[in-house]
Design a protein around this ligand. Sequence first.
Ligand code: BEZ
Length: 211
Amino acid sequence: MSVQLGDIAPDFTQESTDGPIRFHEFLGDSWGVLFSHPKDYTPVCTTELGEVARLKGEFDKRNVKVVGLSVDPLADHKGWVKDIEETQGVALNFPLLADADRSVSSLYGMIHPNADDTFTVRSVFVVGPDKRVKLTLTYPASTGRDFNELLRVIDSLQLTAKYKVATPVNWRNGQDCIIVPAVKDEEADKAFPKGYRKVKPYLRYTPQPNH
Ligand code: BEZ
């Protein structure tokens, strides 16, 4: 059974480059991103981990703790992080799980045997402060992810967790949002003091409430 949106993110304890990680305890009251990459000492993964390290300040601003994972042993991680620093110009500044026994990757369904029966695919799980899964993404080994898109989605998840809005296509932080259909016009008048624009009864735009 795969891990689905709304599920409690399975808890685990696993070795990492920062020592053993107990996932739920590690997250505390923060948001979390758990992401897998296929293999150490591979080119796309090297660029991805460098980029996540470069964006660490952006994750911190959003109160998000990031954890990476592959099924490689800790000794490989420790050697490879030197290459990441050398080639990407940034030191690894988040923990990388060494899931050599595949316990975490099995728990989260990160190995897709019909794609590759040995290595994890590029999975992403965003976990809320309530430990529930808010977003899942799955990319193949051949396609590096856009971690700015992940930040954009986290902005939307954090906004929509707090206000009765949804975010439209290609939305960026600061742009107009959509009032959810469950909110009646009378309620919207009070809940959205900046006002709203009614294009259709079900399509109402309002300025981003917290911007
Ligand atoms: C890479 O990270 O470059 C990679 C890893 C596994 C398969 C293909 C590419």
